[in-house]
Design a protein around this ligand. Structure first.
Ligand code: PLP
Length: 519
């Protein structure tokens, strides 16, 4: 990863004729000024040097910092069972920025969210929560940090009532897996509603989105199969592919030329050791990438998949409900036929304000996965109130009020993104994406920017290495249909002030410079 970035800097230094592919990427990814990339790396070098000196003089941090890690001391004669601050990076870089991560909240993650307050007396090694009644003042922020795209994460209203009713009728836990007595009639109804909504034959729902990927992929591919995986794919997909034993080749993010090049070579050459054809080839992509805000180039990838006879696995965690004129995801966004996608996966933790995931597709595929996927066969089934919340959200989505949420989300996302671009920030991703990352390029700015926003009543999420490349730190804003125009304007005003104060208006494109952006 580090060398990947060094090579990006080298490309700045020795500019050659760019390929057409590079040009295409430029439309969504503005490259920072060279000085900025260099400064980003210099700040890492500085943190590493300071860390080395500190540890040389005082030894490794935890035991010397207020006994933060003493409770973990292993019994004599035992090898360490675990280490909470195992890596140099975690101790010396991540810890310094820790105040902006893992912030507990005290309310539903709606359009506004109440942040819990906490204090650290040992330079962020440990935290002490301030009890709610002792908080001097409530910290209520405009919530640009949760994946509540359609505003269905609520504590009242028809979906909450449906969930409460389900608890009253069926309790909280099914206490059994789907294959035993864990299948409720409500599961069957949800699966039928979901497949109708997605426009496919069948669907299976699973209690956890992460496990849907991590435990279903091994049922689909194994040793002797080839998987082509986008370099920005989510950890659940990466884990599933590792567990599967299949050979994984990674292609450049959303780069169809690179995908085709690797695929063509793989088809021609077969397995590198035996030279025999691969048992099957699977392409794994996401609908909207949650760190980049990019939308998958689905029509081109579909064409490639058909040309080379590969299968396509599409993870719509961040796009289902949030993309397309009807909220049916990226397939809807591009006006494609859902039956052309071999395996459609998604989660209910974002647009549906619930938990769990699904896989949808042809009936034989879903019947197979119901038995063979460890995500479906072994864990206790999805809880009844969760099923009720999802089903109610799904039904709401089909009525005019739900459809107006889909439209409001698209309008909010586009307005917010354009205003940030106009402000002079480098904003990654595509116009229609509800994920809006603003680039900072320096680890120290993560803490300054997020704290600056909190103090102005705006909650955003900081993302840095290893979730992104080094020196590609960013704040990620997630837009919701429940945000009003006034809320977005208030948040933009705060971001403008923080971006000026901490200097992250890095764009050189001057987009919308002389245009009034109307909501
Ligand atoms: C693309 C993608 N797939 C799967 C998941 C896992 O879903 P969940 O958080 O619902 O377990 C996530 C989580 O954010 C994700 O971004």
């Amino acid at each position: 990863m580090f060398f990947g970035n060094v090579s990006a800097i080298m490309k700045h230094l020795f500019k050659t004729n760019k390929t057409s592919n590079k040009k295409k990427l430029k439309s969504t990814f503005e490259e920072p000024h060279l000085a900025l990339s260099v400064a980003g790396y210099v700040s890492y070098v500085f943190l590493f040097v300071v860390g080395k000196v500190r540890e040389f003089i005082w030894g490794q941090g935890p035991l010397n910092h207020g006994g933060a890690n003493k409770a973990n001391a292993d019994p004599e004669g035992y090898a360490p069972l675990y280490a909470s601050f195992e890596s140099f990076y975690t101790r010396n870089v991540y810890r310094r920025l820790k105040d902006v991560f893992n912030r507990p909240i005290r309310s539903v993650p709606g359009a506004k969210v109440r942040l819990a307050q906490r204090k650290s007396h040992d330079n962020f090694w440990t935290w002490k929560m301030t009890p709610a009644e002792e908080e001097e003042q409530e910290l209520n922020c405009i919530n640009l940090a949760s994946y509540n795209y359609l505003g269905y994460a609520e504590s009242s209203g028809p979906r909450t009532e449906a969930a409460i009713k389900a608890v009253a009728e069926r309790g909280l836990a099914p206490c059994s897996p789907r294959l035993e007595t864990g299948t409720l009639s409500a599961h069957k109804r949800l699966e039928s509603d979901l497949s109708a909504f997605l426009g496919v034959d069948d669907a299976m729902v699973v209690g956890m989105g992460f496990a849907t990927n991590a435990l279903s992929l091994p049922a689909l591919v194994r040793k002797g199969c080839l998987v082509l995986s986008d370099e920005k794919n989510h950890a659940s997909l990466i884990l599933g592919l590792r567990l599967s034993g299949a050979t994984v080749m990674v292609f450049k993010h959303n780069n169809v030329d690179n995908l085709e090049k690797i695929l063509r070579k793989a088809v021609i050459q077969g397995h590198p050791r035996t030279r025999r054809p691969w048992k099957k080839i699977l392409i794994v992509v996401e609908g909207v990438y949650s760190m980049e805000g990019t939308i998958v180039k689905l029509p081109e990838i579909l064409a490639i998949k058909n040309k080379y006879g590969a299968y396509l696995y599409l993870d719509e965690a961040h796009s289902i409900g949030a993309m397309g004129p009807n909220g049916r995801g990226v397939v809807d966004h591009f006006g494609l036929n859902p039956k052309d996608i071999d395996i459609m996966m998604g989660t209910f933790t974002k647009s549906f304000g619930a938990s769990g995931g699904y896989i949808a597709g042809s009936k034989p595929l879903i019947d197979f996965l119901r038995r063979q996927s460890h995500a479906s066969a072994y864990p206790a089934s999805m809880s009844a109130p969760v099923v009720a919340q999802i089903d109610a959200a799904l039904r709401s989505l089909s009525d005019p009020e739900g459809q107006s949420r889909v439209k409001r989300l698209a309008r909010n996302a586009s307005y917010f993104r354009r205003r940030l671009q106009q402000m002079g920030c480098i904003v990654y991703g595509d116009d229609a994406s509800p994920v809006v990352p603003v680039m900072l390029y320096m680890p120290a700015k993560i803490s300054a920017a997020v704290n600056g926003l909190w103090s102005r009543g705006v909650a955003g999420i900081a993302v840095g290495f290893p979730a992104t490349n080094m020196a590609e730190e960013r704040i990620r804003f997630c837009i919701s249909a429940s945000h009003t125009e006034a809320m977005l304007d208030e948040a933009l005003e705060a971001i403008d002030a923080v971006a000026t104060e901490y200097n992250f208006k890095h764009s050189r494109r001057f987009e919308y410079a002389d245009t009034k952006i109307v909501y």
